[in-house]
Design a protein around this ligand. Structure first.
Ligand SMILES: Cc1ncc(C[n+]2csc(CCOP(=O)(O)OP(=O)(O)O)c2C)c(N)n1
Ligand SMILES: [Mg+2]
Length: 319
């Protein structure tokens, strides 16, 4: 018998999986050697940085909530990598470390911030959920869901009345323990764009070239004065909601499905199969990144904490 619960299961629970399996072909970004190595390096930096964060968190070097990005790298690299660095502005969420890295915030500054040090990109006042960098045009990570949207909109509005903005949903299927497909009558978020007279698009968020292609189109539309785009990227996070989450709700079968779609392994295969670079060259990039992250951790551990007499500094604009 089809009980209410079965109904939900049969028609909606597998939707995220079904959607990514049935996505229509869209025009992807071109792959060449330079682009491939740039994307690979950025995604690898994001993955390895987050792995190091988990290690540091469990070693007691960080406090509070820490939300990692593993699995979603193709979106940060695909979108932020398609933007003009230090020219376009962007807002993040509480899952913000990798967004900051993709924008060029040095890993030392991000790690220092996570340790609450004065050398952090928010001068040790923000922590994991509140990364900020004026230099890299990052208008902040935000702890409230959706909090960055009005800030980004305000920035776009003040830069031009035509609102050159793109909204990127990283639909990783879960909101803490609630499966997205169970939480809404229409799981296809990109379709909500039409209610606002906006262009909407869905994209494979585990495929960096697909994300980059979609981001390039959306950015072009924004620059040409053709209005905003809502981009829904179908992705999956590989770790629990935060490092305090034991991650017991998601099935092994589901994790296995998404594990096989690892965005970094996918790009590596495309680079190697297309003979844009060799496996050895990719290994060299990984080694370079590991060395950079180790150096950042070492320096961040040794960096000074903000002096307590400066507790209220930077609250007001005159500081
Ligand atoms: C306005 C608001 N309501 C509730 C919360 C508590 N909360 C923190 S994370 C979260 C789940 C959000 O899930 P999703 O939007 O899918 O983002 P994800 O964690 O998957 O990146 C909730 C409900 C919050 N931070 N802000
Ligand atoms: Mg989610």
């Amino acid at each position: 018998m089809l009980t209410n619960q079965n109904f939900v299961k049969v028609f909606f629970l597998e939707t995220h999986v079904e959607r990514i399996s049935n996505l229509q072909d869209i025009k992807k970004a071109e792959l060449d050697r330079e682009t491939g190595l740039f994307l690979y390096e950025d995604m690898t930096l994001g993955r390895r940085f987050e792995d190091k964060c988990a290690e540091m968190y469990y070693r007691g070097k960080m406090f509070g909530f820490v939300h990692l990005y593993n699995g979603q790298e193709a979106i940060s690299t695909g979108v932020i990598g398609a933007m003009k660095k230090k020219h376009d502005w962007f807002c993040s969420t509480y899952r913000d470390h990798v967004h900051a890295l993709s924008a060029g915030v040095p890993s030392f500054e991000v790690m220092s911030e996570l340790f609450g040090k004065a050398t952090g990109c928010s001068k040790g006042r923000g922590g994991s959920m509140h990364l900020f960098s004026r230099e890299h045009h990052l208008l902040g990570g935000y702890a409230f869901i959706g909090e960055g949207i009005p800030v980004a909109l305000g920035a776009a509005f003040s830069s031009k009345y035509k609102i050159p903005i793109i909204f990127v949903v990283e639909n990783n299927k879960w909101a803490i323990g609630m499966a997205h497909d169970r939480a809404t009558s229409n799981p296809e978020i990109w379709r909500k764009a039409s209610a606002f007279g906006m262009h909407g698009e869905e994209v494979d968020g585990m495929d960096v070239l697909a994300v980059r292609g979609a981001a390039q189109r959306a950015i072009e539309r924004a620059r040409a004065g053709e209005g905003p785009t809502l981009l829904e990227c179908l992705t999956y996070r590989y770790r629990g909601h935060s490092l305090a989450d034991p991650d017991e709700l998601r099935s092994e079968k589901e994790k296995e499905f998404w594990g096989k779609r690892d965005p970094i392994k996918k790009l590596a295969k495309e680079i190697i199969d297309g003979k844009f670079a060799t496996e050895e060259e990719l290994k060299i990039i990984e080694k370079k990144i590991d060395a950079e992250i180790s150096e950042s951790v070492k320096n961040a551990i040794e960096a000074p904490e903000p002096p307590s007499e400066e507790l209220t500094k930077y609250i007001w604009a005159e500081d």
